[in-house]
Design a protein around this ligand. Structure first.
Ligand SMILES: [Zn+2]
Ligand SMILES: [Zn+2]
Length: 167
């Protein structure tokens, strides 16, 4: 379950417990959103809010991000290898990058499995999700929207910012 919350505020009160596992508030991690506007002149505006985390949850969220990255690279290599291999009909030298892409694809699968195992060991029983427990979906004027993986934290967040809730 996840909960979407919108608040209209300049300042937000963050309940003092880990946003993922409801454990100790040991450090913070920013939930950021980048808005891109303009076509000819592209402007990027990034805003972020710091949410409390425990160190253990910071660690598994980082492992999760690494896993997604290597899976993505592996998927690209898997698609690219046979395409590159086709060029070998014209010039056999293309087999070199084709083989490299294939080796990389195999490596990525193995590495992703390792990270998956590490992730399982890093997760705690009370963790609400493997990845980021809060996502900042952006803003419209002074209204900011967040999605919480942890319903209990979301409820506390709503209570802490009761006067600023929208919708
Ligand atoms: Zn935690
Ligand atoms: Zn966690």
């Amino acid at each position: 379950m996840s909960l979407r919350v919108s608040v209209s505020a300049r300042l937000l009160k963050m309940p003092g417990q880990c946003v993922c596992c409801s454990g100790n508030n040991e450090t913070t991690k920013a939930a950021a959103f980048t808005r891109t506007t303009g076509v000819r002149v592209v402007r990027q505006d990034t805003r972020y809010w710091d949410f409390p985390h425990c160190y253990a949850c910071l660690r598994h969220a980082e492992t999760h991000a690494q896993m997604l990255k290597i899976r993505g690279q592996g998927a690209i290599a898997t698609v690219a290898a046979p395409i590159i291999a086709l060029f070998a009909f014209a010039n056999v030298l293309w087999l070199v990058p084709a083989t490299a892409a294939m080796v990389w694809a195999f490596y990525a699968v193995r590495q992703a499995k390792k990270l998956q195992a590490r992730l399982s060991s890093e997760m705690q029983p009370k963790c609400s999700t493997q990845g980021p427990a809060v996502q900042y979906e952006g803003w419209q004027g002074s209204v900011h929207t967040f999605v919480f993986a942890n319903d209990q934290y979301a409820t506390l967040f709503q209570a802490s910012n009761a006067k600023k809730l929208v919708g």
